[in-house]
Design a protein around this ligand. Structure first.
Ligand SMILES: Nc1ncnc2c1ncn2[C@@H]1O[C@H](COP(=O)(O)OP(=O)(O)O)[C@@H](O)[C@H]1O
Ligand SMILES: [Mg+2]
Length: 204
């Protein structure tokens, strides 16, 4: 018998709607709810941002948990299955904890990118944001909701440094963000860097 690796059994049969606590099977309804939850999470994490906020693994997991816990039992938890999108195979789940630790140790060694308030460092800031965005896209730690959690995570880092939320403009609708993410799989962050640099502006 052919061996199949564990797959992502979080969806209702023959659908792309994750099994949820409210038993919602309607795709439009679930998307609307998720949109509201995302806005609420932005508000919550923005309000609770302090000088001492550490953008570590725990923070990322807390974001995912806060965002999805009214709907999904696995909110905030790293996945325990292998997953792919298109031809991209994300970090094997066996390596998730180790690779995540490596990424967040490196982020800690850069003081969680908390020293980029000075606008003269904007280009370097965009470069470092894109680097970690790419690393975390390849990690793809959650079963679902990685894109949204990661963007919220980095939006809090830029807010910390006195910037507006990154303006992804059309890149989330016209596939540019996904194309950039696919390049990340080959450790090429250049497209992501340009997207982030273009979308980065200081709050006034
Ligand atoms: N083919 C792909 N190769 C690499 N990364 C991809 C691919 N397709 C999507 N992605 C990345 O995965 C993210 C979507 O992951 P997902 O867990 O579904 O999050 P969300 O539901 O919040 O969009 C995208 O934002 C993008 O960064
Ligand atoms: Mg998704």
């Amino acid at each position: 018998m052919k061996y199949y690796p564990p797959s992502n059994h979080i969806y209702y049969e023959n659908s792309d709607i994750p099994i949820n606590k409210l038993n919602i099977h309607d795709s439009q309804l679930i998307h609307e709810l998720e949109r509201e939850l995302l806005l609420k999470s932005y508000e919550y994490f923005h309000t609770n941002l302090t000088e001492g906020t550490c953008f570590d693994q725990n923070y990322l997991q807390t974001i995912h948990k806060h965002l999805f816990e009214t709907l999904y039992a696995w909110a905030g938890e790293y996945r325990a299955v292998n997953i792919s999108k298109g031809t991209s195979m994300f970090c094997p789940y066996m390596n998730l904890d180790g690779f995540s630790e490596d990424i967040f140790k490196q982020l800690e060694s850069e003081n969680y990118l908390r020293d980029y308030e000075d606008e003269s460092t904007k280009e370097k800031f965009a470069k470092r944001l894109a680097y970690y965005m790419c690393e975390l896209i390849v990690l793809h730690p959650f079963s679902e909701g990685n894109g949204r959690s990661l963007r919220l995570f980095f939006d809090m880092i830029v807010t910390y440094n006195g910037y507006e939320y990154i303006d992804y403009a059309d890149t989330l609708n016209d596939d540019a963000f996904i194309t950039a993410s696919i390049d990340c799989m080959q450790t090429d962050c250049s497209k992501m860097e340009l997207i982030i640099l273009t979308g980065l502006s200081k709050s006034h």
